[in-house]
Write a protein that binds this ligand. Structure first.
Ligand code: NAD
Length: 498
C-alpha cells in the first residue's frame, strides 16, 4: 500500500535506492568521463543523488546502440502485436512501481506527491498502454491506381529518435515521446532535463525488464549544451522530438539544418488566454478553473492559463472570485499528501519568477494577490500564487512565459477586442472561452490561433486528442494517433503487374 501521510512518505523516501547512471544498450553505465552532478530536492536544497553527466562520448555510444538495434531489426521487425505485448508489460511495471516513480518525481522537481502519484505516473503508464494497444490496429493503404499497377502506401519507422524533454512533467512528457516512437518500431535515445532525470533513468530499466531489446531505449542524462547538442547535430539521429522552451526549439531547427535535416518536432512554450465573457453561465466554476488553470503544478505548465481576459462589465466581481478560488492553492511540503502546491524546480527558477513579479510591479501592474517567496525562503523554492490586475498586453508579464504561479488579468470590451488581445502573442498553444452562447463559442473558437481551444473548461484532455501548438508554440502533435505521424515515414511502393 502506498504511504498516506507526510511521515510515511518521508520514511519511504529514506528507504529508496536512487539510480543516477545513464542507461545504454541495456545496462546502467557511468558517464565515460566519470563525471556526475548533484540532483537537488528543491523543497529543501538537500542532495538526493549524483547523476551521470553524459557528454559527447556518451551520446555517441547511445546513438550507436540505438542505430545497431534499428539496423539489426530486433525491435523494428518484431510483429506489431509482439511490440504491443512488451509495451503493455512496461505500462504494468510502471504501475507496479507507482510509489517509487511518484516519490522520485516529487523529490526531483518539487511537485506535490498527490499529483505525482495520482496523475503523473498513471497518466504516463496510460500513454504507454494506449500506444501499445493502437499499434497492431493501424492498416496501411492501397492507392486507387489502374488495374495493371499495385501501389501501396505504408508507414515505416524513421530510425533513431532523440527525445529531449523538459523538467515540468518529466515522466509524462517522456512517455508522450517514447511510447509512440517505440510502438512504431524506432529506437530511442532519451535526454531528460538536467533538472529532473530520475524517473527517465528508472523507466529505461523497467522497459528492459519488460522485454525491450538492448539499444531500443537509451537514456543519457546531462546538460543541453553538451549531450543535447550532440544528439541534435548527430548525423545518425533521424528525428528530434523536443519539448521545452521556444528559445531552444529554434536552436534545434538550426542544428537540424546544419547537420542531416533530421525531422524536428517541437512542443514549446505558451502564454495562454483564458477569456471570460459576462454571459458565462457559471462564474464560480470559471473562477475555480482560472485559478487551477494557472496555479496547477506551481504554474510550471506550458499551457497554463496565464492571461486571464475578463469582460469589463464583470471584471471586479470576477477577479474577486478568482482571488477567493486561489486561496485553495497553498505552498506546502511536496511530500505531504495534503499539499496542492509544491516547490518550483530550483532556486534559480524561483529567482527568475520573483524577478518577473518585480518587473510587473515596476511596469505599473497592480499586485492583487501574493507576490512573494513562500515557506522556507533560504532552502525551498516556493512562490505564492500571484495575481496582477491592470495588465496591458504589451507588458513583459503578459508577453513572456514566466513558467511560475503568476496570472495577468486583462480587461476587454467586446468579442473583437478579446480575440485581438488573445491572438496578440508569439505563442499559440492553448486558449479557453467561457460563454453561454453556442454561436459565440463556435465563431470565436475558429478565430483563436491556438492548438487547443476549450469551451467552458480549461485544459481538459485525453490520450485520444492531439496536443500541440500553433505559431512559436511548436509543430507536430503529441498524444492520439496523430503522434505516430511524427515517428513514421510515408513510403509508396509502385508495382507493375504486367
Ligand atoms: P528548456 O528549453 O530549457 O530545456 C528543454 C530540454 O532541452 C532540456 O532537456 C535541456 O537540457 C535541453 N537543451 C537545452 N539546451 C539545449 C541545446 N543547446 N541543445 C539540445 N538540447 C538542449 O526548457 P525547460 O526549462 O526544461 O522546460 C520548460 C519549457 O518547456 C517551457 O517553455 C514550457 O512551456 C515548455 N513545455 C512545453 C510543453 C508543450 O507540450 N508544448 C510541455 C511542457 C513544457
Amino acid at each position: 500500500m502506498a504511504p498516506n501521510s507526510l511521515n510515511q512518505w518521508q520514511e519511504y523516501v529514506k528507504s529508496l535506492t536512487i539510480e543516477g547512471r545513464a542507461f545504454i544498450n541495456g545496462e546502467y553505465v557511468s558517464a565515460q568521463s566519470g563525471k556526475t552532478f548533484a540532483c537537488i530536492n528543491p523543497a529543501n536544497s538537500e542532495e538526493i543523488a549524483q547523476v551521470a553527466e553524459c557528454d559527447e562520448a556518451d551520446a555517441e555510444l547511445a546513438v550507436s546502440a540505438a542505430k545497431q538495434c534499428f539496423d539489426q531489426g530486433t525491435w523494428r521487425n518484431l510483429a506489431p502485436k509482439k511490440r504491443k505485448q512488451v509495451l503493455l508489460r512496461l505500462a504494468e511495471l510502471m504501475l507496479e512501481h507507482r510509489t517509487e516513480l511518484a516519490a522520485l518525481e516529487t523529490l526531483d522537481m518539487g511537485k506535490p506527491i498527490s499529483e505525482s502519484y495520482n496523475v503523473d505516473v498513471p497518466s504516463a503508464a496510460e500513454t504507454v498502454k494506449w500506444h501499445a494497444e493502437a499499434i497492431d490496429k493501424i492498416y496501411d493503404e492501397v492507392a486507387p491506381t489502374e488495374a495493371n499497377v499495385l501501389a501501396t502506401i505504408t508507414r515505416e519507422p524513421i530510425g533513431v529518435v532523440a527525445a529531449i524533454t523538459p523538467w515540468n512533467f518529466p515522466l509524462a512528457i517522456a512517455s508522450w515521446k517514447i511510447a509512440p516512437a517505440l510502438a512504431a518500431g524506432n529506437s530511442v535515445v532519451l535526454k531528460p532535463s538536467e533538472k529532473s532525470s530520475l524517473t527517465a533513468i528508472r523507466l529505461a530499466q523497467l522497459a528492459s525488464e519488460a522485454g525491450l531489446p538492448d539499444g531500443a531505449l537509451n537514456v543519457v542524462p546531462g546538460y543541453g549544451h553538451t549531450v543535447g547538442k550532440t544528439l541534435a547535430l548527430h548525423m545518425q539521429v533521424d528525428c528530434l522530438a523536443f519539448t521545452g522552451s521556444t528559445r531552444i526549439a529554434r536552436q534545434l531547427m538550426i542544428y537540424a539544418g546544419e547537420s542531416n535535416m533530421k525531422r524536428v518536432w517541437l512542443e514549446a512554450g505558451g502564454k495562454n488566454p483564458n477569456i471570460v465573457f459576462a454571459d458565462c453561465a457559471d462564474l464560480d466554476k470559471a473562477a475555480r478553473s482560472a485559478a487551477s488553470g494557472c496555479f496547477y503544478n506551481q504554474g510550471e505548465v506550458c499551457v497554463a492559463a496565464t492571461r486571464l481576459l475578463v469582460e469589463r462589465s464583470i471584471h471586479d466581481e470576477f477577479v474577486q472570485k478568482v482571488r477567493e478560488a486561489s486561496q485553495h492553492f497553498r505552498p506546502g511540503d511536496p511530500l505531504d499528501p495534503d499539499t496542492n502546491m509544491g516547490a518550483l524546480v530550483d532556486k534559480q527558477h524561483q529567482g527568475s519568477v520573483l524577478e518577473y513579479i518585480n518587473k510587473g510591479q515596476q511596469g505599473g501592474a497592480k499586485l492583487t494577490l501574493g507576490g512573494n517567496a513562500a515557506l522556507d525562503t533560504d532552502k525551498g523554492a516556493f512562490v505564492e500564487p500571484t495575481i496582477f490586475t491592470g495588465v496591458d498586453n504589451s507588458m513583459p508579464i503578459a508577453r513572456e512565459e514566466i513558467f511560475g504561479p503568476v496570472m495577468s488579468v486583462i480587461p476587454f470590451d467586446d468579442e473583437q477586442h478579446a480575440i485581438a488581445i488573445a491572438n496578440d502573442s508569439d505563442y499559440g498553444l492553448g486558449a479557453a472561452l467561457w460563454t453561454n452562447s453556442l454561436s459565440r463559442a463556435h465563431k470565436l473558437s475558429r478565430e483563436l490561433r491556438a492548438g487547443s481551444v476549450w469551451i467552458n473548461n480549461y485544459n481538459d484532455g485525453d490520450m485520444t486528442v492531439p496536443f500541440g501548438g500553433f505559431k512559436q508554440s511548436g509543430n507536430g502533435r503529441d498524444k492520439s494517433l496523430h503522434a505516430l505521424e511524427k515517428y513514421t515515414e510515408l513510403k509508396t511502393t509502385w508495382i507493375e503487374l504486367d
